[in-house]
Design a protein around this ligand. Structure first.
Ligand code: MGD
Ligand code: MGD
Ligand code: SF4
Ligand code: MO
Length: 886
């Protein structure tokens, strides 16, 4: 019997509703929930592939102490005992929790209660510090609260959408699809993308401003000065509802036209075109994400944007407002329970004594943290220098995602006691755990998440609990009880945690705080099970209220006025030894440190290895050939990755994905390179602006391999990158010099037995080898080596792993690395859903199919989740250019 469960996608902050179907054979498929107001049935490639990430491969199923399986009792006892002894000997600030915007609200609530009210420290921070902290700080400066004023519908109602520091097409694909659909329906709608790179998002843009790194404050200050002297200036809104305008304008006017152009790298024509478009379009939404937040001036960027919306009064009305796009599925929920070290629960302020007393009484807590705890980067510094002696990491992988990641590694190695709760056993961080606790993953756990538009949705369990895995909140509650607080941590299930959280949000609120979900304070278990997505606020005993904020003031500052903030552009300093600005971010089909999306062959084929985008002129100057390997260095570490030479990247900057870990590549953890410098207001690290140097990595031999089993020994290979393939693995390789005996190398690296049959040849003179190993009709492994980046059809080679090779001719074809006439090479995969490659799409274009729809009809590409439609459109466009020039 198949069962269908309505739940929420565990990836990005769009918060799409999905319907998960469990089939008789245990497999799971997902489809978009047509009734969910975030996505109305749409999904992106990652959401569509969720079913492929739920296998038990590599799952952590039992608690471990020092690498040995242990019972839950002994594991939880030791956690409680080590935390208690550290608190007794060194005080409450000697312990810390490091959580995640992927934790459910209930997990967060329990961790926050335990640390702030019962341990008495505020050392509970989360990876949201790397993600949303500047938005939070900017909101609190301007609004007095961490409020996203608008809703998704505004993006469909707007006549102008400004996307700054957001690669929406890849990172919030369903919002992108909603905007693209709205633009098709209302073609006069305009889209401006502000990004130093020309990303896939530019595909629907009317204007791309290829701004210099980190020049956003200057740009929006320029806009503010322009708006102030234009008819768009809304003197009535500014006078009635805000304060600080004169100072903000004075600061904005410190830069003149020439400096503005040189700071931003944009011509005066580009600047005025943007300013005038903004000026004359009443319905404008400015969306921003990590190109804004992850900066030394992230908070100032947020306020520079909000200043422009205040000055025009374009906020909180349909189709208008600043819009912070949340990264993780529940960064917002974390903010609601006060999951950050400088916040209290329910949008109450840690620095406010009355608020602290309110929460302490509600929790019946013995103590209450009185001052902000350590923010993520400082927290790991405190671990490094021994101030923190017991640390619990939950649902995040800091050895990969924090800046100066090798220092993080050293800090964890030196820390007396590290607990890691994860769903996977082998992560770069789990390697440093004294106690490893198996968590329930998506589909196994129950709770709530809040998306970018303040909509709270249920994640529901529809799978059996594997092994002895336990929900994160329960692990925390168990420890709370063990350190002596039985009744405060006695919930039976997640619904009880949620109702306590809802009750706290309503406590003495009466409209004084934005976050109020008191309507759910008395929710029952059945009510929780049936809970449909809703937006906050939802106070008790009141009809559903307007869900936009601030159209008519009502800010949460003491005098209820919105605050303009005077902000000034900071200098972007470049050290001569590290002349390139390293920009880091995301790719379409991977999620963060790849512990889940890296399991899917389908998602791994879009981009199968770590890379660095570099402008052709820079590449030529440095002698970096397309598809060769490059070595990137900073004062903190070294990476080796593939060069992707492209004019989409501006000169002087390079871009690397943040996803690759030591599980998937030899040295491609981008954060090893990034300096741990932070925004002074938010503590968010500048993950998009690291100084690095770049040079070719002179590989003596390049290789590509496919193998049925995961390779065992790649430790002496300077460059390797592994990716999941159907029926096995694919591997890119770079060697200092050719290996003496490639056959022996394969047997060792791929763990092949001596009996495996070998076909192929080695030409030492030419530096070439092509070898395939068989066991009967089964291909075990194939290796292709050359002195240049290897030219072999990757997807064709990968496809051979699952086939039977009874015929000698096909076996030789595999060794030769050449598909036969009857097996055309699809090329690099563009459409993950149907595995349609670049060659197939190009043929369709060449056959005269000139629209994305026509290509879809002919090849199926782009007809399911739609995530690849912008790439297809780009290919059509690129094809048209040379044709037009002919
Ligand atoms: N596929 C995928 N989607 C995801 C995620 C994922 O891992 N994979 N993660 C989710 C999470 S947690 C997050 S936080 C979001 C992030 O979503 P985004 O912020 O959209 O993604 P990023 O790629 O980190 O960065 C966005 C863009 O900022 C640009 N940028 C860099 N520096 C500057 C600058 O100085 N000014 C401006 N204006 N732009 C700049 C970069 O070139 C990049 O294109 O994505 C979410 N969605
Ligand atoms: N250079 C650079 N660095 C960055 C960024 C960047 O743009 N550039 N972006 C930053 C941002 S915005 C973010 S959000 C972070 C993300 O970085 P991380 O949070 O470190 O990345 P994830 O891979 O999402 O880590 C989640 C971990 O939790 C595990 N997990 C999954 N489900 C569960 C569960 O239910 N319970 C438990 N206990 N564990 C679970 C996963 O297996 C994985 O190990 O990276 C930040 N770092
Ligand atoms: S856009 Fe994609 S990743 Fe984000 S919530 Fe929707 S389906 Fe999940
Ligand atoms: Mo994020």
């Amino acid at each position: 019997m198949t069962t269908e469960t309505r739940t929420t996608c565990p990836y990005c902050g769009v918060g799409c509703g999905v319907i998960a179907t469990r089939h008789d054979d245990g497999s799971v498929t997902v489809k978009g929930d047509p009734d969910h107001p975030s996505n109305y049935g749409r999904l992106c490639s990652k959401g569509s592939a969720l079913g492929e990430t739920l296998d038990m491969d590599g799952r952590l199923l039992y608690p471990e102490i020092n690498g040995d399986r242990a019972s839950w009792d002994s594991a939880l006892d030791i956690v409680a005992e080590k935390f208690l002894s550290s608190i007794r000997e060194h005080g409450p600030d000697s312990v810390a929790f490091y959580l995640s915007g992927q934790s459910l609200t209930e997990d967060y609530y329990v961790a926050n209660k335990l640390m702030k009210g019962f341990i008495g420290s505020a050392n509970v921070d989360t990876n949201s510090r790397l993600c949303m902290a500047s938005s939070v700080a900017g909101h609190r400066r301007a609004f007095g609260s961490d409020t996203v004023p608008g809703i998704y519908e505004d993006l469909e109602l707007a006549d102008l959408i400004v996307l700054t520091g957001s690669n929406l097409a890849w990172c919030h694909p369903v919002i992108y699809q909603r905007i693209a659909a709205a633009k098709t329906a209302r073609p006069h709608m305009k889209i401006v993308v502000i990004d130093p790179r020309r990303t896939m998002t530019c595909d629907i843009a009317d204007m791309h401003l290829g701004i210099k790194p980190d020049a956003d404050v200057a740009l929006f200050n320029g806009l503010l000065a322009h708006l102030a002297r234009s008819p768009a200036f809304n003197a009535a809104y500014v006078a009635a509802y805000t304060e600080g305008f004169d100072d903000a304008l004075a600061a904005a006017k410190e830069q003149n036209a020439t400096t503005l152009s040189s700071i931003t790298g944009l011509s005066w024509e580009e600047l005025t075109a943007f300013f005038e478009l903004f000026e004359r379009t009443e319905k404008v939404v400015t969306c921003y994400s990590q190109g804004v937040n992850q900066s030394m001036s992230g908070t100032d960027k947020v306020n520079a944007i909000i200043n422009c919306h205040f000055a025009t009064g374009r906020i909180g009305r349909p189709g208008m407002g600043p819009f912070s796009l949340t990264g993780q599925p529940n960064a917002m929920g974390g903010r609601e329970v006060g999951g950050l070290a400088n916040m209290l629960a329910a949008h109450l302020a840690l620095e406010n004594e009355d608020h602290r007393r309110l929460v302490q009484d509600f929790w019946k807590a013995p103590v209450m943290a009185t001052r902000a705890g350590l923010k993520a980067v400082d927290m790991f510094q405190a671990v490094a220098d021994g101030r923190i002696k017991a640390l619990w990491i939950m649902s995040t992988n800091p050895v990969v995602s924090l800046p100066e990641a090798d220092n993080v590694k050293a800090a964890l190695a030196a820390c007396p006691f590290v607990v890691v709760s994860d769903i996977q056993k082998n992560t770069d961080t789990a390697a440093f755990a004294d106690v490893l606790l198996p968590a329930l993953g998506w589909g196994e756990k129950d709770g709530t998440v809040t998306n970018s538009e303040r909509r709270i949705s249920r994640q529901r369990a529809f799978l059996a609990e594997p092994g002895e895995a336990m929900a994160d909140w329960r692990q925390l509650a168990e420890v709370g009880r063990r350190i002596g607080f039985e009744s405060a941590f006695a919930w039976e299930d997640a619904s009880e945690v949620f109702s306590e959280h809802a009750a706290l949000s309503a406590l003495e609120n009466n409209g004084t705080r934005d976050f109020d979900i008191g309507a759910h304070a008395a929710i029952s278990k059945n009510g929780f099970d049936a809970l449909t997505p809703f937006q906050w606020p939802q106070p008790a005993n009141k009809p559903p209220v307007e869900t936009r904020f601030f159209a008519e003031g009502g800010f949460y500052t003491p005098n209820r006025k919105g605050r303009f903030i005077a902000v000034r552009q900071q200098a972007h300093e470049i050290e001569p030894a590290y002349p390139f600005t390293l920009n880091t971010g995301r790719i379409r089909d991977q999620w963060h440190t790849m512990t889940r999306t890296g399991k899917s062959a389908r998602l791994s084929q879009h981009i199968a290895e770590p890379f660095c985008e570099i402008n052709p002129a820079d590449a030529a100057e440095l002698g970096v050939a397309p598809a060769s390997l490059v070595k990137i260095e900073s004062p903190h570490g070294t990476n080796i990755v593939r060069a992707l030479v492209t004019p989409r990247q501006r000169r002087g900057s390079i871009f690397m994905p943040m996803h690759w870990t030591a599980q998937f590549a030899s040295s491609a953890r981008a954060d090893v390179l990034v300096k741990a410098k932070v925004d002074p207001h938010s503590g968010q690290p500048a993950l998009k602006q690291a100084g690095v140097s770049l040079k070719p990595f002179a590989a003596g031999a390049y290789g590509f391999a496919v193998t049925a089993e995961k390779p065992e020994h790649l430790e002496n290979v300077p460059y390797w990158a592994l990716a999941r393939a159907d029926s096995g693995w694919r591997i890119e390789l770079g060697f200092d010099e050719p290996v003496e005996d490639w056959g022996a190398w394969c047997r060792n690296a791929f763990g092949l037995s001596g009996d495996a049959e070998i076909i192929g040849y080695t030409d030492r003179q030419k530096g070439v080898a092509r070898l395939a190993f068989f066991e009967g009709e089964k291909l075990l492994a194939a290796l292709y080596v050359a002195t240049e980046p290897v030219e072999v059809s990757r997807n064709w080679a990968v496809a051979q792993l699952g086939k039977h090779h009874g015929n000698t001719r096909t076996r030789f074809a595999i060794a030769a690395g050449r598909p036969g006439q009857d097996q055309p090479d699809p090329g690099a995969i563009v459409c993950s859903c149907f595995s349609i490659g670049i060659n197939q799409i190009t043929s369709a274009i060449e056959a005269g199919h000139a629209t994305v729809e026509a290509i879809g009809e002919c090849t199926k590409a782009g007809t399911n989740c739609g995530s690849c439609r912008s790439e297809i459109r780009g290919m059509i466009h690129e094809h048209r250019l040379p044709a037009a020039a002919e």
